[in-house]
Design a binder for this molecule. Sequence first.
Ligand SMILES: C[S@@+](CC[C@H](N)C(=O)[O-])C[C@H]1O[C@@H](n2cnc3c(N)ncnc32)[C@H](O)[C@@H]1O
Length: 250
Amino acid sequence: MRIQVITIFPELFEPWLSTSLVGRARTSGLVEVEVHDLRFFTEGRHRVVDDEPYGGGAGMVMTAPPWLRAVREVSGPASRRIVLSPQGRRLDDDKVQELAELEELVLLCGRYEGLDQRVLDLVVDEELSIGDFVLSGGELPAMVTIEAVSRYIPGVVGRATSVVEDSFHQGLLDYPHYTRPPEVEGLEVPPVLLQGNHAEIERWRREQALIATYDKRPDLLEGVELTTEQREVLARHASAIACAAGERAQ
Ligand SMILES: C[S@@+](CC[C@H](N)C(=O)[O-])C[C@H]1O[C@@H](n2cnc3c(N)ncnc32)[C@H](O)[C@@H]1O
């Protein structure tokens, strides 16, 4: 996959792009990321990318001409052109998987009050948000998008099963993880994980993933047809919680 990023702060990407998962994905050629400085596409000595808003009001607006030149120059025929924006569709696992299927992404990182609307009207396919809050720029949202998408490119994450077992992929949260030492301040590792019975470990992990989802993100289970086994697991869990609450109340 090729990813083109357009920003006025290319230097923000440098250390991140050569580190960790994305760094390895680039080195192995599985993901190609090119970062373009929007100012390179300006005209005039001062390389200005913003101007006052028509109609007045607070803040500055990113002018359309450099964006139009930049997006048209770096896009290929198969590019999906995405502007990072708090007004966009919220990024989630379904969206990440959809983007990971594409050949090429062009990510537009806004600043100030955002881009002149005509950039969106003329050269943008979609707006993408990383959540209902406002950041000062689209660079962090672009990095979030690139990292999440890269994890779904085959070969990027060492063991493909770890992506499949991660939260959301199968509609559930991940199960709890433990590593050495076996006891931490009186808390022991669940015995099943130490006994080497892989079928039992798998069963325990399936149950714990379901319980974690029920406890932390019950909305993910809405409308899901649970199996008899899953319903029994949750019934046992609910009655254990009720018992513990009863004991505390006594
Ligand atoms: C200060 S914000 C502009 C906010 C805009 N005036 C609004 O209220 O919708 C500047 C830039 O940060 C980026 N940005 C801020 N919050 C974001 C979010 N939640 N998701 C994606 N991008 C975001 C966008 O690229 C945006 O153009």
